[in-house]
Design a protein around this ligand. Structure first.
Ligand code: ZL4
Ligand code: CA
Ligand code: ZN
Length: 387
């Protein structure tokens, strides 16, 4: 109730525009922007808003989004509506369909989440914050000229392009259960961004089907991007200790070898157990330990959301990870504050850390031997950077 004390000499900023929360992808679509309302309610119920700089962000301008996306794709997003879409000849070209439907306000939705990510990036560039958070961002699948996997504009790519104005090397880390293909592709041919994604990989049966260990950048060793894409393909059911171990075994040498000046962390909540679309068995604390590990590297960090399709757990996770960024996670009561507005969503247990791995929806198919082979594969790849 008294609020959380702001850490000294260290600023965490929270970038949001609550207008994004009101958009609807359509009946039974798994992506639910109102999960952000739930998240913000928990953050505030715990009193964390007093320990951060809060920014009400504006929508990204068309010019800002054209730094990555094509004019014709942005024109399309701007003009298409549920009423005129049947007259639109290029729906297939822009990959509009069940995953990426046309809904009312689509352009406003995309420009709002993108605007928040750009605002966060600028606060890191001018050193007004050390950690800048946008839970509405992290839409890693969008391409230059098409929508993909619930993502219309790629706010991560646009934010990284901003960071590159001031930072020589950006490390991008993606712990969403899906492969961060759009970000990987955008920076495929540069050595100024290293992309690292942990994800479920099954070429034919799990979206988007890219991101094997062998996908490391352009084949031509003279291309600067060679060896700067890293992929950690996982099977169903990975558990807390193994995931956190793997994350540390890989992230630490990446930072050592690449020496980034800033880190962008996509915190997709669909890698939690019990996610509607996911297939891992992670608990909230384990996911948070990955964020904590990155925070302790003492580099400026841009923190984004992403996937997450069981809204009550998305809200728990991102509220907890907000506390990790602030450095106040030990002060949070496991029991959710009694004055949380949507407390009924978190019933019957009303805890921040419900058991998500016990119900064992997914058998762990990741053997220790397999995990070691991933670590070894990544270490071998990093050895190319030293030379
Ligand atoms: C749905 O119930 O695997 C969309 C998508 C809409 C409502 C009504 C339509 C019913 C699950 C998913 C038919 C839906 C058929 N509705 C969807 C190959 C696919 C073709 C589309 O977390 N069908 C495509 C995308 C993935 C595919 C995951 C993750 C984003 C992120 C960052 C994107 N696409 C098969 C599926 C439903 C739906 C139910 C769905 N789509 C589950 N997985 C996908 O990485 C934000
Ligand atoms: Ca990922
Ligand atoms: Zn995802």
């Amino acid at each position: 109730k008294n609020g959380i004390v702001r850490p000294k000499g260290y600023t965490v900023s929270f970038h949001a525009n609550s207008s994004v929360e009101k958009f609807h992808f359509g009946q039974s679509h798994p992506m639910k922007p109102w999960r952000l309302t739930l998240t913000k309610q928990l953050v505030m119920a715990y009193g964390m808003h007093t320990a951060m700089d809060l920014y009400l962000t504006r929508a990204a301008t068309r010019e800002e989004m054209a730094e990555f996306h094509t004019e014709d794709y942005l024109d399309f997003l701007k003009r298409v509506t549920p009423n005129n879409m049947l007259l639109e000849p290029r729906l297939a070209q822009y990959n509009i369909g069940d995953d990426c439907p046309i809904f009312d306000g689509l352009y406003d939705y995309a420009s709002l989440y993108t605007g928040a990510s750009l605002d966060a990036a600028r606060k890191l560039c001018n050193e007004q914050s050390q950690v800048a958070i946008n839970w509405s961002g992290g839409l890693h699948h969008a391409k230059k000229t098409e929508a993909s996997g619930f993502c219309y504009t790629n706010d991560i790519v646009l934010a990284i392009l901003q960071l590159l104005r001031y930072h020589p090397r950006v490390l991008y880390i993606d712990i969403d259960v899906h492969h961060g293909d759009g970000v990987e592709q955008a920076f495929w041919s540069t050595d100024r961004v290293m992309t690292l994604s942990f994800h479920k990989y099954d070429k034919d049966n799990f979206f988007p089907g890219t991101g094997p260990l062998s996908s490391t950048g352009p084949e031509n060793p003279l291309n600067p991007g060679a060896h700067h894409a890293l992929n950690v393909p996982l099977h169903d059911g990975i558990e807390d200790e193994d995931y956190v171990w793997l994350f540390k075994q890989i992230v630490e040498p990446c930072v050592g070898a690449y020496q980034p000046s800033v880190i962008v962390l996509q915190c997709g909540a669909d890698s939690l157990g019990c996610d509607r679309l996911g297939c891992f068995n992670l608990n909230i604390r384990a996911h948070g330990r990955c964020v904590d590990f990155v925070k302790r590297l003492n580099l400026p960090i841009l923190v984004f959301g992403g996937g997450g399709y069981t809204p009550r757990n998305v809200a728990r996770l991102w509220a907890y990870e907000t506390s990790i960024c602030i450095g106040c996670s030990e002060q949070l009561d496991e029991k959710l504050p009694a004055h949380t507005p949507a407390l009924a969503h978190f019933a019957p247990d009303n805890t921040l850390f419900p058991p998500l791995s016990e119900h064992g929806r997914f058998e762990n198919k990741n053997s220790r031997q397999y995990l070691w082979s991933l670590v070894e594969g990544i270490h071998k790849q990093l050895a190319y950077l030293e030379s």
